[in-house]
Ligand binder design. Structure first.
Ligand code: C2O
Length: 589
């Protein structure tokens, strides 16, 4: 086929592709009806859970099970497909008794140590088995919550804070739950390696990002449910990909609520979240940018499963920074930095990984990040990526440690979390207004041609310190609308800083507050974490979709514009090149 259709072929969730489960309203009206406004904290100890005997249709109608080939076990023959990182070992769970301090840097470049280790356990860790799903929990969109649900959510967080006061060592308490993020993300877990620097576990910037946070939220949600004696409790998601949900959900702003956190950017409490970080002050432009960002990172910019999920990362990997997937870099990072408080030394709470989960909003934010994974897997089909499963043992056998709702230490596998329904939860269905949000075609190229005359050349410009806008002429692999990607290599960054740059191709105007144009190719960004350290990473952005709306027929080069959105130094770029994409793999059915 000469002109491939856009990767997206079906978008709207339908009853064929997605089993329908009870709506959240069902649980509010059917479960615990008589005492739904009288929720109280339990002591967190085991009691018989009354509601575990309802049959669900899971398994009968769920095409996800078929996708995973559950009949033949989770890790079937597809494992034989060779994947990057195949010669290493999957990440091992941390040893709690060798957990050390985490670090972070302040905006004044001081490195601070912080103790985030979980309590050690009397009982050894057990391998976690997903309990049979008897009732699907439905995570609701935060903007649709009923007053009863908000009440219940508040109560659950209040119980978690109370548990912390009563027993600071209970791993289910509020600060202990927050510190999980700090330990896994700011360098508390190191593994000695003979003859080499120790390996430091990092659950961001790689294919571990979605699975780690999924397990984290899974236990957090179960603990909250247990604390209010309601096993149906499901975490609301902050629906920041939809104009109806783009502001911080109101109930987080009530000063008297346990969901309140004073360490947030006071200028952003009631404004539309800026997923593009362009600094535009026009809310309509920001909404349009946001939808463009979502379209780009969910659909437009990805050529393979790793572009979305993040690149392979294994035990012993020298740098703890592989390469983040599109959502992690883009919208996910933007929300962290948007909410973090610039008055604080390190943009606490959400603006630094060590403190992010101290704000209850973190979990509501990440419930939406988790939803993006599910949407991408099951609601967006793609010719370019027909198989959205990672078939590597190094992915599926990677393990983490958590405390479950009974304070039992458990070891979980990445391969057990790739299907959210098997974990007993799903998401309320809401519109996906970004699915078709393609920028309009760009029709003139006179300005591009003019700008090309003064642009830099790939042979002479690297290594390039990115502290201002740079324009570079990059050769294509062939003339015209080829199936190509842009690779930005050897991006050397300071891990302790917020860094972001946007990438445009053949951009013809200089209005850098607009992302909703054909020339926007994608984004690199990171949330500050760890004390000062230089790390190296890379990104790949698919250009095929962009070329379709552009006049590139006779061109054998394009003009790449890199626009830093952060202040000052922190990024050096080693190279920019265009590669041809491999043909889309045949779907295995
Ligand atoms: Cu682990 Cu959003 O960060």
């Amino acid at each position: 086929m000469a002109s491939l259709p856009l990767p997206l072929t079906s978008a709207t969730p339908s009853s064929q592709s997605r089993p329908i489960f009870a709506r959240p309203s069902y649980f509010l009206t059917h479960a615990k009806r008589s005492n739904r406004l009288r929720v109280s904290c339990t002591d967190g100890r085991n009691k018989k859970e009354a509601s575990r005997n309802v049959e669900t249709p899971l398994g009968k109608v769920d095409r996800r099970n078929m996708l995973l080939g559950l009949g033949g076990g989770l890790y079937g023959a597809a494992n034989l497909i060779s994947t990057p990182g195949a010669s290493a070992d999957p990440v091992k769970p941390p040893q709690l008794d060798t957990c050390g301090n985490s670090t972070y840097s302040t905006n004044l470049q001081q490195t601070i140590e912080v103790a985030c280790c979980p309590p050690t356990s009397q009982n050894p860790a057990i391998d976690y088995q997903l309990p049979p799903v008897t009732q699907m929990k439905i995570r609701p969109a935060a903007q649709n919550l009923s007053p009863e649900y908000i009440y219940k959510y508040n109560k659950a967080i209040e119980c978690m804070k109370k548990l912390q006061e009563e027993n600071p060592d209970d791993p289910r308490g509020f600060m202990q739950q927050a510190n999980i993020h700090c330990a896994y993300c700011n360098g508390a877990y190191t593994y000695p390696q003979p003859g080499q620097d120790p390996f430091t576990l990092q659950t961001h910037f790689s294919w571990l990002f979605f699975p780690f946070h999924r397990w984290y939220l899974y236990f957090y949600e179960r603990i909250l449910g247990k604390l209010i004696g309601d096993p149906t409790f499901a975490l609301p998601f902050w629906n920041w990909d939809n104009p109806k949900g783009m502001k911080i959900p109101k109930f987080f702003l009530d000063h008297n609520s346990p969901l309140y956190d004073c360490k947030r950017n006071q200028k952003h409490l009631k404004s539309v979240v800026d997923l593009g970080f362009t600094g535009s002050t026009d809310p309509l432009q920001v909404v349009s940018n946001n939808l463009t960002v979502m379209y780009n990172e969910m659909i437009g910019a990805n050529t393979d499963v790793y572009d979305f999920m993040g690149q392979p990362y294994c035990q012993g990997t020298q740098s703890s920074y592989a390469a983040a997937g599109a959502v992690e870099r883009g919208s996910h990072t933007a929300v962290h930095v948007f909410v973090g408080d610039p008055r604080e030394a390190a943009n606490e709470d959400l603006g630094n990984f060590y403190s992010a989960a101290r704000d209850p909003l973190f979990f509501c934010h990440h419930a939406n990040v988790d939803r993006m994974w599910t949407l991408w897997q099951y609601d967006l089909s793609s010719e370019q990526i027909p198989d959205k499963t990672i078939h590597s043992d190094n992915f599926n056998n990677a393990e983490f440690l958590f405390y479950d709702e009974n304070a039992q230490l458990v070891r979980v596998k990445v391969g057990d979390c790739v299907n959210n329904q098997l974990m007993g939860y799903d998401f309320e269905e809401v519109d996906l207004p970004w699915v078709d949000y393609r920028p309009p075609p760009q029709t003139t190229k006179a300005k591009v041609t003019r700008a090309t005359k003064t642009a830099e050349n790939t042979e002479t410009v690297f290594p390039l310190k990115l502290d201002q806008i740079v324009r570079i002429i990059v050769p294509k692999t062939k003339k015209g609308k080829a199936d190509e990607s842009l690779v930005i290599e050897n991006i050397t960054i300071d891990a302790s800083k917020f860094l972001k740059f946007d990438v445009f191709v053949n951009d013809e105007d200089d209005d850098l507050t607009e992302l909703d144009k054909a020339a926007y190719a994608g984004t690199f960004a990171q949330v500050p974490h760890k004390g000062h350290k230089t790390v190296t990473t890379w990104i790949k952005l698919r250009l095929t979709d962009l070329y379709k709306r552009m006049d590139v027929e006779d061109d054998d080069t394009v003009l790449v514009t890199l626009v830093p959105r952060h202040q000052g130094e922190g990024v050096t770029i080693g190279g920019v090149k265009i590669i041809e994409n491999p043909p889309p793999p045949k779907s295995s059915g």
